[in-house]
Design a protein around this ligand. Structure first.
Ligand SMILES: *Cc1c(COP(=O)(O)O)cnc(C)c1O
Length: 440
């Protein structure tokens, strides 16, 4: 365990004077396009807390956007990376390889769903891996079109901006975007009232009429949407899409960048629905904070890209691979898949209790330690982004780091590290209660 005291401790206002000083320097030195949710400058983190330059200790319900799932500076990660950094830091796997990369590929092939022969390739960021999944699907099918969904988030590179739904802040002014990307309607039970089968039929009909299976290389979908609002599709939606892909020589790609690696109370979110994607994209939680991403899938699809066609200078960097192996060991040794489910149960129970008293909470949803509340004007389903901002600010002031998301900016999301204690999580829920209370 971390040596940091596991407590919420506020010794200044949030952000404190030293953070404000650093934020002024940030404004002068860093491009303003790089935003910050909560400008407290961190000096240490572990378990369930972040400690800032003013000596405040905040409860972390964000995990750096679902990255430090095993905890910040998790002991096995620290040990593995320390050992690796002293041995060698880089050779480039495409020049002179090393076994850490191969072991991560073997582990991904073992952990991802599907009892068939698989291959993996490693990259640096989620967006880069999504782009490579598209490259691989195009090479395999010899088709070019890509279908994505309403509310989707796949990254900020040119192709992934085209795949991402939301204009502000991700796309506005940054076009033109990559072509041959088409958007289909999602299953969004709170807002469309459709069953999974109905929503899938609607999406498939649109894809068939507007794109055509003969032109379609891949369907790319987040099993639970992340930035789009933690939207859990109705049961059967993903399975129906996957079945249609199988019948039509279309590669079914699960973007598990946010949902993967134990986050949802399963190793991968598709496991909850027994859906087996052709390709799975991993990143975020895979390496405890070191930059690493991956595409894993059916050997015949993965091997369709010609030799030398995939790669990158840093992809599968030795430090990131050492971290990933330590993350996987930690998830398995500490039963973190079960821990995620338990955290989800505790959070959901508290949020549902809050919802029963507060009609501004339209829905509580999510899976495992990926939980959100969608906020609306009381008695309607009209999104309330302003309320969402205010509740988040009230939580921040009180020393609890929460994130917002959603196409309409009206979703508060909770992604605690799985190393958080029950006591700290309960205290964070008390603070949320209070935050809703003070925002009239
Ligand atoms: C964060 C995210 C990405 C992009 O990952 P980066 O590492 O930021 O490039 C892609 N897909 C999903 C679902 C994500 O949550």
């Amino acid at each position: 365990m971390t040596s940091l005291p596991q407590e919420r401790r506020l010794v200044t206002e949030i952000p404190g004077p030293r953070s404000r000083e650093l934020q002024a320097r940030k404004t002068a030195a860093v491009a303003q396009g790089v935003g910050t949710t909560l400008p407290v400058y961190v000096t240490a983190a572990g378990g369930g807390v972040l400690v800032d330059v003013d000596g405040n200790s905040l409860i972390d319900l964000g995990s750096g956007i679902a990255v430090t799932t095993v905890g910040n500076s998790a002991p096995r990660v620290v040990e593995a990376v320390t050992e690796q950094v002293a041995a060698f830091t880089h050779t480039c796997f495409m020049v002179t390889p090393y076994d850490g990369y191969v072991r991560v590929a073997e582990e991904l092939n073992r952990l991802t769903p599907g009892e068939f022969e698989k291959r993996s390739a490693l990259f640096n960021s989620g967006a880069e891996a999504v782009e490579n999944a598209v490259k691989i699907a195009r090479a395999y099918t010899r088709k070019t079109a890509v279908v994505v969904f309403d509310h989707a988030y796949h990254g900020r590179t040119n192709l992934t901006m085209a795949m991402t739904a939301k204009n502000m802040p991700y796309k506005s002014g940054f076009g033109p975007f990559a072509s041959d990307v088409y958007r289909a309607p999602l299953s969004y039970p709170y807002r469309d009232g459709l069953s999974g089968e109905e929503a899938a039929a609607r999406a498939i009909e649109q894809v068939e009429s507007q794109v055509g299976a003969a032109n379609l290389a891949a369907i790319v979908i987040e099993p639970i949407q992340g930035e789009g609002g933690f939207i859990v599709p109705a049961p059967g939606f993903l399975a129906a899409l996957a079945a249609w892909c199988r019948e039509n020589d279309v590669v079914f790609v699960a973007d598990e960048v946010q949902t993967g690696f134990a986050r949802t109370g399963a190793m991968f979110a598709v496991d909850h629905e027994n859906v087996v994607p052709d390709l799975v994209v991993s990143a975020k939680g895979i390496a405890g904070g070191l930059p690493l991403s991956a595409v894993t899938g059916r050997a015949e699809i993965m091997d369709a890209a010609h030799g030398g066609g995939l790669g990158g200078t840093y992809g599968g960097n030795p430090l990131a691979c050492a971290a990933a192996l330590a993350v996987i060991e930690t998830i398995e040794a500490d039963s973190l898949v079960d821990r995620a489910a338990k955290i989800g149960g505790q959070l959901t129970e508290r949020l549902q209790a809050l919802q029963s008293r507060d009609p501004r909470i339209g829905e509580v949803r999510g899976r495992g330690a990926m939980v959100a509340v969608e906020l609306v004007k009381a008695g309607t389903t009209e999104p309330d982004a302003d309320l969402t901002k205010k509740v988040a600010a009230a939580a921040h002031e009180r020393g609890v780091v929460v994130l917002t998301c959603g196409t309409f900016g009206n979703v508060l999301r909770f992604l605690p590290p799985l190393s958080i204690s029950d006591e700290l999580l309960a205290e964070a829920c008390d603070v949320l209660d209070e935050a809703f209370g003070v925002v009239a």
